[in-house]
Write a protein that binds this ligand. Sequence first.
Ligand code: AMP
Ligand code: GLY
Length: 433
Amino acid sequence: MKVLVIGGGGREHALAWRLAQATRVSRVYVAPGNGGTASDERYDCIDITEPAALREWAIKEKIALTVVGPEAPLAAGVVDEFREHGLRIFGPTQAAAQLESSKAFSKAFMKRHKIPTAEYEAFTDAALAHAYIDAKGAPIVVKADGLAAGKGVVVAMTAQEAHEAVDFMLVDNKFGVSHNEGGARVVIEEFLQGEEASFIVLCDGKNVTALATSQDHKRLLDNDEGPNTGGMGAYSPAPVVTAEVHARAMREIILPTIRGMEKDGIPYTGFLYAGLMIDAAGHPKTLEFNCRMGDPETQPIMLRLKSDLFEVFWHATDGTLDQVELQWDRRVALGVVMAAHGYPLSPRKGDRITGIPAEAPDAVVFHAGTTLDNGELKTSGGRVLCVTVLADSVKLAQQRVYEVAARVKFDGAQYRKDIGFRALHARNTPPNA
Ligand code: AMP
Ligand code: GLY
């Protein structure tokens, strides 16, 4: 059977890579893909992004199953478009994807269904937002309502930073956020302390299957310093998600969300990613929902997945996820993102990439911002690629990943040297290690 993966990042490369190994899959198409999928004969790249055009193409090509990687096509309604024409696609509908595409929607949803999250208020009026900040004081968190490609959150350590963020978002729209209905809106919320983890599950509308736990590193520089990015590296499992935290997250966050969406008449299908903040007592709260897998979390998670991914998606689109038990490699998977010069503010494009080693059973380089230019591999985006390995411990995984990364060359390459440091010293035993 033919499958289609929508997207062109490292997450989509990793999904396509795992799907290409599935027994019943004859061909994997990626739209639009990247330099890595274009230069590998296991995949065909399709240069179509508009949902209706993709749907037409999928019908013509007799695509049996489509999986959506990024949030933008989901928010644009690609799942609705495919389903209306009888095509099998894994992802949330446009309405369900509001859990990610509108912070105001997801915060109101969590409040209504008593799902643990930071206290908050939503504002369209700047004067009221400023008054709320004055009343609450810093630290405080200001979030733009619409999709902002990871740039719509300001964790303000001073009231002045919070006031500036409100002006940026509500008055000047300096972050280029795509507004939802009703115009510019911000959510201002309580600052939460603890350790973050990515809690990602598959949903078929009713049943839920958790993926292996993971954690990413959002800051650009070592020791979690510097500006926020889309993610500089990730690993699985995440020791902070103990068996107890896992059970709590399922019971208090994931299941009430799936039941709540069903009750609200918007059944949730697709990946659901809860960004958790876990406090010192092991109580998780929801920082945000994403209606997709994480990038770069997908890369280590796919390296650990032993089950046939096509069959998993087949069940997920049949409403029979309760029949699926995912099998995981017991080893640690760890991925390091190599980013372009100038990332995240102004990534440079067009640098020639050399030295990518051939794929090994325990080391795969997933591409993201790369392109094939007259047969030459070049950088074409901020996060260029993600070197991902499997090893028996976090320490061994770090050694292996940096050995491989050192061989990959492009001008201005930047990457963190400490991915996994939080897992190195953790004493907890993860539930699915
Ligand atoms: P989000 O896009 O909502 O996940 O926010 C991006 C990052 O901002 C998160 O990964 C956290 O590091 C941080 N963040 C978001 N909300 C809060 C909060 N309420 N308290 C503390 N940090 C937060
Ligand atoms: N790695 C964070 C995200 O995908 O949102």
